[in-house]
Design a protein around this ligand. Structure first.
Ligand code: MN3
Length: 200
């Protein structure tokens, strides 16, 4: 069963002015498609071909770098598209309580995520994850994620922010902190809340 590129649930320009249409189109149609194609190539004829993406992540240390990089890329971007939206949703009462208990406030979470993203040297991701019922913020290099058995901070990711330059460079150039500030305007909290409930 070959992996396939999931469709975006919204138009390329739906996240403007915070994330521009050209960035979304290249990011989804070119970058994510390449991760899918290269993952399928790397898995062809191996036992990993029959595993789900989640199962691959859980045992990623046993696979070559091409599977780790492209499998992570496919998982991470598939999550990323769903947690973005212009639907103006808010965290569920349950998630809001957990955020307040863990980070003091929603602003406290944003600050922690933005620091994790801004201080990740080179390319990577900032994550909000759930492990043993608790929320945590972390970051990973390249296309690694908290589901991988090699992750320093493990958990089920419910919100991931892509801090590769390809995610923001056309509009923000070198200003990663400005991109990180803006992206909070287009977080799909309904989706993050659903992922939180499912992860508990
Ligand atoms: Mn990306």
């Amino acid at each position: 069963m070959a992996h396939t590129l999931p469709a975006l649930g919204y138009a390329f320009d739906a996240l403007e002015p915070h994330i521009d249409a050209q960035t979304m189109q290249i990011h989804h149609d070119k970058h994510h498609q390449a991760y899918v194609d290269n993952l399928n190539k790397a898995l062809a004829g191996t036992e990993g071909e029959n595993l789900s993406l989640e199962a691959l992540m859980a045992g990623i240390s046993k696979y070559p770098a091409a599977v780790r990089n492209n499998g992570g890329g496919h998982y991470n971007h598939s999550l990323f598209w769903t947690i973005l939206s212009n639907n103006g949703s808010q965290p569920s009462a349950e998630l809001a309580t957990a955020i307040n208990d863990t980070f003091g406030s929603l602003d406290g979470l944003k600050e922690k995520m933005n620091t994790a993203g801004a201080t990740r040297f080179g390319s990577g991701w900032a994550w909000l994850s759930v492990a043993d019922g608790k929320l945590s913020v972390s970051s990973t290099a390249n296309q690694d994620n908290p589901l991988m058995d090699i992750a320093e901070v493990k958990g089920t990711p419910i919100l991931g922010i892509d801090v590769w330059e390809h995610a923001y460079y056309l509009h923000y150039q070198n200003r990663r902190p400005d991109y990180l500030k803006a992206i909070w305007n287009v977080i799909n909290w309904a989706e993050v809340s659903a992922r939180y409930a499912a992860a508990l």
